[in-house]
Ligand binder design. Sequence first.
Ligand code: HEM
Ligand code: NAG
Ligand code: NAG
Ligand code: NAG
Length: 358
Amino acid sequence: MAFTALALFAALATVSNAALTRRVTCPDGNTATNAACCVLFPIVSNLQTNLFDNGTCGDGAHAALRMSFHDAIGFSNTNSSLGTGADGSIFIFQDIELGFHANIGIDDAVNQESPFILALNGSISTADFIQLAAAVSLTNCPGTVRPTFMFGRKDATFPAPDLTVPEPFDTVDSILARMGDAGFSPAEVVALLASHSIAGADNIDPNLAGLPFDSTPSTFDTQFFIETQLRGTTFPGTGGNQGEVEAPLKGELRLQSDSELARDSRTACLWQANVNNQAHMAQSFQSAFAKMQVLGQDTSQLIDCSEVIPISKPFTGQAMFPAGLTKSDVEQACASTPFPTLPTAPGPVTSVAAIPQS
Ligand code: HEM
Ligand SMILES: *[C@@H]1O[C@H](CO)[C@@H](O)[C@H](O)[C@H]1NC(C)=O
Ligand SMILES: *[C@@H]1O[C@H](CO)[C@@H](O)[C@H](O)[C@H]1NC(C)=O
Ligand SMILES: *[C@@H]1O[C@H](CO)[C@@H](O)[C@H](O)[C@H]1NC(C)=O
């Protein structure tokens, strides 16, 4: 009885809140709860058509996501010289920041986004544009939880220095220290690395581009966390490249950093917790990503324009060991919880196709 009354009250409260929220109609016909968000709808639409190939989770989307991280991580809670976070500095000071070793390949993303940023002519900040593009890119990748978007970032007045972006050949100590200095716990570092589920390498093997980190680089699914835990047996090319270790599938590239984070006692159980747990992976990423997107910014000055972000593409799929592989190929690293039981994909052993380059 008491529960029913409470539920009814809650339902009525929801209705009256909705009735009180006055929506504005934007010039392009979209409606928004805050008129300040109207400017973003045509930008989102333009991005979907012209930067993300009509809303696909391909090379353009991957590049925009990586760029948002490399911009934001130029930040420290202990040293203000390390940058002002998600501040557009990677674009504004590209002459400096693209020269840093960790930013190899970011020039592609800068070149792809450049015409859009120049055409906007400062009507939104470059910092906002970079994070908006990344948030929209994620909605094209089935399996993500719809990202939030806060609007109103201030652009950088000085570049981030070198060495703010972790390298794949850095130790786990160094990666956790650098990310911790920017405000991320080990759990949030693992959460953010779900991004490598929709990613690949163009610049680790000098002879090969678009080498995916898992067998499904266009889907934000848990395969990345499964496949990084399997015994490495092969390289996509000749191997021997800095930051690369053996992968379990032909055509796949495994970063040394992902391999070590999957096996380190501080992060192994956090890593394994994503396996076949789509909801945990997607939700923990969404939260950590929201934090990353406003790094260094005064959030009290930002407007919540999440309503301009499209609904994420839905995901249906089953986590599996790749064909030919089983639990006996897992290098178990989480000491407290056994590796989940999973089916093996049917059919003969396959290799993973490279990601088409835009
Ligand atoms: C914390 C340690 C991290 C390390 C060491 C690392 C390292 C790398 C490396 C070496 C590549 C390949 C670059 C290339 O050869 O083209 C890569 C790709 C990528 N990374 Fe990370 N990353 C880290 C974290 C993140 C985070 C936090 C995000 C986003 C939230 C992210 C998103 C991506 C994406 C989307 C790609 C694919 C880019 C493309 O295919 O064009 N990474 N990462
Ligand atoms: C996007 O869709 C439009 C209209 O259907 C089409 O003309 C265009 O070729 C498509 N672009 C890509 C990259 O698929
Ligand atoms: C802060 O960072 C700058 C730029 O990397 C560096 O030169 C300086 O030594 C750092 N200061 C401290 C106190 O660590
Ligand atoms: C770009 O912005 C500046 C400053 O707001 C303005 O003076 C100029 O006319 C704009 N240019 C274009 C092409 O819109």
